[in-house]
Write a protein that binds this ligand. Structure first.
Ligand code: F6P
Length: 350
Protein backbone atom coordinates (compact mmCIF):
# COMPACT_ATOMS: atom_id res chain seq x y z
CA UNK A 1 0.00 0.00 0.00
CA UNK A 2 1.38 3.42 -0.91
CA UNK A 3 0.49 6.84 0.47
CA UNK A 4 1.98 8.84 -2.39
CA UNK A 5 -0.22 7.96 -5.31
CA UNK A 6 -1.94 10.45 -7.59
CA UNK A 7 -5.25 9.63 -9.21
CA UNK A 8 -7.53 11.23 -11.78
CA UNK A 9 -11.34 11.05 -11.95
CA UNK A 10 -13.68 11.73 -14.83
CA UNK A 11 -17.42 11.48 -15.36
CA UNK A 12 -18.58 10.45 -18.84
CA UNK A 13 -21.81 9.79 -20.72
CA UNK A 14 -25.20 11.15 -19.65
CA UNK A 15 -25.29 12.71 -16.21
CA UNK A 16 -27.35 11.26 -13.37
CA UNK A 17 -27.95 11.71 -9.69
CA UNK A 18 -25.15 10.56 -7.41
CA UNK A 19 -22.20 11.57 -9.60
CA UNK A 20 -21.04 14.20 -7.13
CA UNK A 21 -21.49 11.76 -4.26
CA UNK A 22 -19.21 9.35 -6.15
CA UNK A 23 -16.61 12.04 -6.93
CA UNK A 24 -16.66 13.04 -3.27
CA UNK A 25 -16.42 9.41 -2.12
CA UNK A 26 -13.41 8.71 -4.34
CA UNK A 27 -11.60 11.98 -3.68
CA UNK A 28 -12.21 12.29 0.06
CA UNK A 29 -11.19 8.75 0.80
CA UNK A 30 -8.14 9.06 -1.51
CA UNK A 31 -7.02 12.22 0.29
CA UNK A 32 -8.01 11.40 3.86
CA UNK A 33 -7.30 7.70 4.04
CA UNK A 34 -4.34 7.36 1.68
CA UNK A 35 -2.86 10.86 1.36
CA UNK A 36 -3.25 10.73 -2.42
CA UNK A 37 -3.33 13.71 -4.77
CA UNK A 38 -6.59 13.87 -6.75
CA UNK A 39 -7.39 15.69 -9.95
CA UNK A 40 -10.69 15.78 -11.82
CA UNK A 41 -10.70 15.90 -15.63
CA UNK A 42 -13.38 18.16 -17.06
CA UNK A 43 -16.10 17.04 -19.48
CA UNK A 44 -15.35 13.33 -19.58
CA UNK A 45 -12.78 11.82 -21.94
CA UNK A 46 -12.51 15.17 -23.75
CA UNK A 47 -10.89 16.77 -20.70
CA UNK A 48 -8.42 13.87 -20.49
CA UNK A 49 -7.49 14.33 -24.16
CA UNK A 50 -7.25 18.11 -23.86
CA UNK A 51 -5.53 18.05 -20.45
CA UNK A 52 -8.24 20.16 -18.84
CA UNK A 53 -8.52 19.36 -15.17
CA UNK A 54 -8.79 20.81 -11.68
CA UNK A 55 -7.21 19.69 -8.43
CA UNK A 56 -9.78 18.35 -6.00
CA UNK A 57 -9.60 19.25 -2.34
CA UNK A 58 -11.78 20.32 0.57
CA UNK A 59 -12.83 23.54 -1.19
CA UNK A 60 -14.20 21.72 -4.25
CA UNK A 61 -15.56 18.65 -2.47
CA UNK A 62 -17.33 20.30 0.40
CA UNK A 63 -21.13 20.44 0.15
CA UNK A 64 -21.46 18.53 -3.14
CA UNK A 65 -22.99 15.32 -1.75
CA UNK A 66 -26.53 16.52 -2.33
CA UNK A 67 -25.99 18.24 -5.71
CA UNK A 68 -27.38 16.83 -8.95
CA UNK A 69 -25.27 16.70 -12.13
CA UNK A 70 -21.49 16.52 -11.97
CA UNK A 71 -19.12 19.25 -10.80
CA UNK A 72 -16.62 17.97 -13.39
CA UNK A 73 -18.97 18.23 -16.36
CA UNK A 74 -19.52 15.34 -18.73
CA UNK A 75 -19.76 14.55 -22.42
CA UNK A 76 -20.51 11.59 -24.66
CA UNK A 77 -17.09 11.88 -26.37
CA UNK A 78 -15.21 8.67 -27.10
CA UNK A 79 -11.40 8.77 -26.74
CA UNK A 80 -10.83 6.87 -30.00
CA UNK A 81 -13.31 8.90 -32.05
CA UNK A 82 -13.42 12.49 -30.84
CA UNK A 83 -14.79 15.34 -32.92
CA UNK A 84 -12.25 18.12 -33.02
CA UNK A 85 -13.25 20.92 -35.37
CA UNK A 86 -14.47 19.17 -38.50
CA UNK A 87 -12.29 16.08 -37.91
CA UNK A 88 -12.81 12.87 -35.95
CA UNK A 89 -9.58 12.11 -34.11
CA UNK A 90 -8.19 9.16 -32.13
CA UNK A 91 -7.06 10.85 -28.88
CA UNK A 92 -5.92 7.73 -27.03
CA UNK A 93 -2.19 8.56 -27.30
CA UNK A 94 -2.87 12.12 -26.09
CA UNK A 95 -4.87 10.77 -23.15
CA UNK A 96 -2.01 8.46 -22.17
CA UNK A 97 0.51 11.26 -22.53
CA UNK A 98 -1.50 13.58 -20.28
CA UNK A 99 -1.96 10.84 -17.70
CA UNK A 100 1.81 10.35 -17.48
CA UNK A 101 2.62 14.08 -17.57
CA UNK A 102 0.44 14.46 -14.50
CA UNK A 103 2.22 11.48 -12.87
CA UNK A 104 -1.05 9.67 -12.31
CA UNK A 105 -1.09 6.15 -10.89
CA UNK A 106 -4.70 5.43 -11.80
CA UNK A 107 -7.76 6.89 -13.45
CA UNK A 108 -11.30 6.41 -12.12
CA UNK A 109 -13.87 6.53 -14.95
CA UNK A 110 -17.45 6.99 -13.77
CA UNK A 111 -20.03 6.11 -16.39
CA UNK A 112 -22.55 3.79 -17.98
CA UNK A 113 -22.18 1.08 -20.62
CA UNK A 114 -20.40 3.32 -23.16
CA UNK A 115 -17.90 4.48 -20.56
CA UNK A 116 -17.08 0.90 -19.56
CA UNK A 117 -16.26 0.18 -23.22
CA UNK A 118 -14.13 3.32 -23.55
CA UNK A 119 -12.31 2.52 -20.32
CA UNK A 120 -11.51 -0.99 -21.56
CA UNK A 121 -10.19 0.50 -24.80
CA UNK A 122 -7.82 2.76 -22.85
CA UNK A 123 -6.79 -0.15 -20.64
CA UNK A 124 -5.92 -2.35 -23.60
CA UNK A 125 -4.18 0.27 -25.71
CA UNK A 126 -2.24 2.20 -23.06
CA UNK A 127 -0.24 1.71 -19.88
CA UNK A 128 -2.89 3.51 -17.80
CA UNK A 129 -4.34 1.87 -14.67
CA UNK A 130 -8.11 2.14 -14.73
CA UNK A 131 -10.92 1.46 -12.28
CA UNK A 132 -14.53 2.27 -13.18
CA UNK A 133 -17.83 2.85 -11.38
CA UNK A 134 -21.29 2.05 -12.83
CA UNK A 135 -23.68 4.98 -13.05
CA UNK A 136 -26.80 5.52 -15.13
CA UNK A 137 -30.48 6.06 -14.52
CA UNK A 138 -31.06 3.21 -17.02
CA UNK A 139 -29.61 0.61 -14.58
CA UNK A 140 -28.34 -1.40 -17.54
CA UNK A 141 -24.63 -1.81 -16.78
CA UNK A 142 -23.71 -5.47 -16.90
CA UNK A 143 -22.22 -7.18 -13.86
CA UNK A 144 -23.67 -5.04 -11.08
CA UNK A 145 -26.91 -5.41 -9.13
CA UNK A 146 -27.49 -1.66 -9.38
CA UNK A 147 -26.16 1.58 -10.83
CA UNK A 148 -26.39 4.86 -8.97
CA UNK A 149 -28.85 7.34 -10.47
CA UNK A 150 -31.45 4.63 -10.96
CA UNK A 151 -33.10 4.84 -7.54
CA UNK A 152 -33.63 8.61 -7.77
CA UNK A 153 -34.97 8.36 -11.32
CA UNK A 154 -37.46 5.67 -10.25
CA UNK A 155 -38.68 8.05 -7.52
CA UNK A 156 -39.13 10.87 -10.06
CA UNK A 157 -41.04 8.69 -12.52
CA UNK A 158 -43.18 7.26 -9.72
CA UNK A 159 -44.09 10.72 -8.50
CA UNK A 160 -44.98 11.69 -12.08
CA UNK A 161 -47.28 8.66 -12.40
CA UNK A 162 -48.87 9.52 -9.04
CA UNK A 163 -49.56 13.03 -10.27
CA UNK A 164 -50.90 11.83 -13.62
CA UNK A 165 -53.46 9.69 -11.78
CA UNK A 166 -55.47 12.63 -10.50
CA UNK A 167 -55.65 14.48 -13.79
CA UNK A 168 -56.33 11.22 -15.69
CA UNK A 169 -59.14 10.46 -13.30
CA UNK A 170 -60.67 13.96 -13.45
CA UNK A 171 -60.75 14.01 -17.26
CA UNK A 172 -61.49 10.30 -17.76
CA UNK A 173 -58.45 10.04 -20.02
CA UNK A 174 -55.80 7.56 -21.01
CA UNK A 175 -52.50 9.11 -19.96
CA UNK A 176 -49.43 7.68 -21.67
CA UNK A 177 -46.18 8.48 -19.89
CA UNK A 178 -42.88 8.06 -21.71
CA UNK A 179 -40.04 7.01 -19.45
CA UNK A 180 -36.31 7.06 -20.31
CA UNK A 181 -34.17 3.93 -20.13
CA UNK A 182 -32.52 3.64 -23.54
CA UNK A 183 -33.07 0.01 -24.65
CA UNK A 184 -34.03 -1.39 -21.28
CA UNK A 185 -37.20 -1.20 -19.21
CA UNK A 186 -35.90 -1.11 -15.62
CA UNK A 187 -37.16 2.43 -14.98
CA UNK A 188 -40.54 1.83 -16.60
CA UNK A 189 -41.18 -1.51 -14.91
CA UNK A 190 -40.16 -0.24 -11.46
CA UNK A 191 -42.01 3.08 -11.60
CA UNK A 192 -44.98 1.42 -13.29
CA UNK A 193 -45.19 -1.01 -10.38
CA UNK A 194 -44.59 1.65 -7.72
CA UNK A 195 -46.98 4.14 -9.33
CA UNK A 196 -49.76 1.65 -10.07
CA UNK A 197 -49.77 1.98 -13.86
CA UNK A 198 -52.41 -0.07 -15.70
CA UNK A 199 -50.23 -0.88 -18.69
CA UNK A 200 -46.42 -1.20 -18.64
CA UNK A 201 -44.60 -1.44 -21.96
CA UNK A 202 -40.87 -2.23 -21.98
CA UNK A 203 -38.31 -2.99 -24.72
CA UNK A 204 -37.71 -6.49 -23.35
CA UNK A 205 -41.31 -7.47 -24.24
CA UNK A 206 -42.44 -6.47 -27.74
CA UNK A 207 -45.99 -5.26 -27.54
CA UNK A 208 -49.09 -6.23 -29.47
CA UNK A 209 -51.18 -3.10 -30.01
CA UNK A 210 -54.40 -5.14 -29.98
CA UNK A 211 -53.57 -6.51 -26.51
CA UNK A 212 -53.09 -2.99 -25.13
CA UNK A 213 -56.22 -1.72 -26.86
CA UNK A 214 -58.29 -4.59 -25.44
CA UNK A 215 -57.01 -4.05 -21.91
CA UNK A 216 -57.90 -0.33 -22.04
CA UNK A 217 -61.36 -1.03 -23.43
CA UNK A 218 -61.95 -3.75 -20.84
CA UNK A 219 -61.02 -1.35 -18.03
CA UNK A 220 -63.30 1.28 -19.48
CA UNK A 221 -66.22 -1.15 -19.73
CA UNK A 222 -65.69 -2.13 -16.11
CA UNK A 223 -66.30 1.51 -15.19
CA UNK A 224 -62.64 2.50 -14.73
CA UNK A 225 -62.80 5.67 -16.70
CA UNK A 226 -59.08 6.44 -16.82
CA UNK A 227 -55.89 4.49 -17.45
CA UNK A 228 -52.18 5.07 -17.07
CA UNK A 229 -49.87 3.58 -19.70
CA UNK A 230 -46.18 3.64 -18.74
CA UNK A 231 -44.07 3.20 -21.86
CA UNK A 232 -40.29 2.92 -22.10
CA UNK A 233 -38.63 5.11 -24.72
CA UNK A 234 -37.14 1.96 -26.29
CA UNK A 235 -40.45 0.07 -26.55
CA UNK A 236 -41.18 -1.70 -29.84
CA UNK A 237 -44.24 -3.44 -31.29
CA UNK A 238 -43.84 -7.09 -32.18
CA UNK A 239 -45.22 -6.41 -35.62
CA UNK A 240 -42.95 -4.32 -37.90
CA UNK A 241 -46.03 -3.24 -39.86
CA UNK A 242 -47.44 -1.58 -36.73
CA UNK A 243 -44.43 0.73 -36.50
CA UNK A 244 -42.10 0.64 -39.51
CA UNK A 245 -38.38 1.08 -38.83
CA UNK A 246 -38.40 4.42 -40.69
CA UNK A 247 -41.25 5.84 -38.55
CA UNK A 248 -40.17 9.33 -37.50
CA UNK A 249 -42.23 9.40 -34.32
CA UNK A 250 -40.89 8.06 -31.04
CA UNK A 251 -42.44 4.79 -29.85
CA UNK A 252 -44.48 6.69 -27.25
CA UNK A 253 -45.83 9.26 -29.72
CA UNK A 254 -46.75 6.50 -32.14
CA UNK A 255 -48.38 4.40 -29.42
CA UNK A 256 -50.38 7.37 -28.11
CA UNK A 257 -51.82 8.13 -31.57
CA UNK A 258 -52.61 4.49 -32.22
CA UNK A 259 -54.35 3.96 -28.88
CA UNK A 260 -56.46 7.09 -29.33
CA UNK A 261 -57.42 5.90 -32.80
CA UNK A 262 -58.14 2.28 -31.85
CA UNK A 263 -59.95 2.84 -28.53
CA UNK A 264 -61.73 6.12 -29.24
CA UNK A 265 -60.69 7.18 -25.72
CA UNK A 266 -59.29 10.63 -25.10
CA UNK A 267 -55.54 10.14 -24.80
CA UNK A 268 -52.61 12.38 -23.83
CA UNK A 269 -48.85 11.89 -23.77
CA UNK A 270 -46.40 13.12 -21.13
CA UNK A 271 -42.71 12.67 -21.79
CA UNK A 272 -40.56 12.81 -18.65
CA UNK A 273 -37.29 13.13 -20.57
CA UNK A 274 -34.28 14.68 -18.86
CA UNK A 275 -36.29 15.70 -15.79
CA UNK A 276 -35.57 12.12 -14.72
CA UNK A 277 -31.82 12.84 -14.55
CA UNK A 278 -32.03 16.10 -12.63
CA UNK A 279 -31.89 17.21 -9.04
CA UNK A 280 -30.62 15.84 -5.78
CA UNK A 281 -29.83 12.11 -5.41
CA UNK A 282 -31.90 9.89 -3.11
CA UNK A 283 -30.31 8.58 0.09
CA UNK A 284 -29.93 5.14 -1.57
CA UNK A 285 -28.03 6.65 -4.52
CA UNK A 286 -25.79 8.71 -2.22
CA UNK A 287 -24.95 5.57 -0.24
CA UNK A 288 -24.32 3.42 -3.32
CA UNK A 289 -22.19 6.07 -5.06
CA UNK A 290 -20.12 6.68 -1.93
CA UNK A 291 -19.71 2.98 -1.17
CA UNK A 292 -18.52 2.16 -4.70
CA UNK A 293 -16.32 5.27 -4.78
CA UNK A 294 -14.47 4.54 -1.55
CA UNK A 295 -14.01 0.89 -2.60
CA UNK A 296 -12.46 2.05 -5.90
CA UNK A 297 -9.78 3.87 -3.92
CA UNK A 298 -9.09 0.82 -1.72
CA UNK A 299 -8.59 -1.24 -4.90
CA UNK A 300 -6.26 1.37 -6.42
CA UNK A 301 -4.26 1.49 -3.18
CA UNK A 302 -3.90 -2.31 -3.43
CA UNK A 303 -2.61 -1.92 -7.00
CA UNK A 304 -5.67 -3.24 -8.81
CA UNK A 305 -6.60 -2.08 -12.32
CA UNK A 306 -8.91 -3.11 -15.14
CA UNK A 307 -11.95 -3.59 -12.91
CA UNK A 308 -15.34 -2.03 -12.37
CA UNK A 309 -16.53 -1.75 -8.78
CA UNK A 310 -19.89 -3.51 -8.80
CA UNK A 311 -22.66 -3.76 -6.23
CA UNK A 312 -23.28 -7.45 -5.54
CA UNK A 313 -25.47 -8.69 -2.73
CA UNK A 314 -24.88 -5.44 -0.83
CA UNK A 315 -21.09 -5.59 -1.18
CA UNK A 316 -18.82 -3.50 -3.41
CA UNK A 317 -16.71 -5.96 -5.41
CA UNK A 318 -14.25 -5.69 -8.31
CA UNK A 319 -15.35 -7.29 -11.60
CA UNK A 320 -12.98 -7.44 -14.62
CA UNK A 321 -13.85 -4.80 -17.22
CA UNK A 322 -13.47 -7.48 -19.90
CA UNK A 323 -16.59 -9.18 -18.51
CA UNK A 324 -18.61 -5.98 -18.48
CA UNK A 325 -17.79 -3.90 -21.53
CA UNK A 326 -20.06 -4.59 -24.48
CA UNK A 327 -22.77 -6.35 -22.46
CA UNK A 328 -26.07 -4.83 -21.42
CA UNK A 329 -28.16 -5.84 -18.42
CA UNK A 330 -31.77 -6.24 -19.50
CA UNK A 331 -34.75 -7.40 -17.46
CA UNK A 332 -34.93 -11.22 -17.56
CA UNK A 333 -38.42 -12.61 -18.32
CA UNK A 334 -38.67 -14.21 -14.85
CA UNK A 335 -37.58 -11.10 -12.95
CA UNK A 336 -39.66 -10.54 -9.77
CA UNK A 337 -40.78 -7.07 -10.94
CA UNK A 338 -42.32 -8.57 -14.08
CA UNK A 339 -43.83 -11.44 -12.10
CA UNK A 340 -45.45 -8.96 -9.69
CA UNK A 341 -46.79 -6.84 -12.53
CA UNK A 342 -48.32 -9.93 -14.13
CA UNK A 343 -49.73 -11.14 -10.81
CA UNK A 344 -51.51 -7.82 -10.41
CA UNK A 345 -53.10 -8.19 -13.85
CA UNK A 346 -51.16 -5.25 -15.28
CA UNK A 347 -50.99 -5.42 -19.06
CA UNK A 348 -47.44 -5.89 -20.38
CA UNK A 349 -48.59 -5.77 -23.98
CA UNK A 350 -47.85 -9.43 -24.81
O1 F6P B 1 -28.38 6.84 -20.55
C1 F6P B 1 -29.18 7.74 -19.89
C2 F6P B 1 -30.17 8.36 -20.81
O2 F6P B 1 -30.90 9.31 -20.07
C3 F6P B 1 -31.10 7.40 -21.51
O3 F6P B 1 -32.17 6.99 -20.69
C4 F6P B 1 -31.53 8.21 -22.70
O4 F6P B 1 -31.89 7.37 -23.77
C5 F6P B 1 -30.30 9.00 -23.03
O5 F6P B 1 -29.52 9.03 -21.86
C6 F6P B 1 -30.55 10.42 -23.48
O6 F6P B 1 -29.34 10.95 -23.89
P1 F6P B 1 -29.00 12.48 -24.06
O7 F6P B 1 -28.86 13.09 -22.71
O8 F6P B 1 -27.71 12.48 -24.80
O9 F6P B 1 -30.13 13.10 -24.79
Amino acid sequence: MSDSKSIGILTAGGDCQGLNAAIRGVAKSAIKQYGMEVIGFLDGFRGLAENRYERLGDDTLSGILTFGGTILGTSRDKPHKMSIGDKVVDTIAQAEDNYHKLHLDALVCIGGGGTQKNALRLLKKTSMNIVTLPKTIDNDVWGTDACFGYDTAVEIATEAIDRLHSTASSHHRVMVVEIMGHNTGWLTAASGLAGGADVVIIPEISYDIEVIKNSLIKRNRKGKRFSIVAVAEGARPKDEVEMPADCEDSAAVHLTHRLAELTGLETRLTSLGHVMRGGSPSAADRILATKLGTKAVDLIAQGQSGVMVAERGGYAVPVPLEEIAGNRRIIPPDHPILESLRSLGICLGD
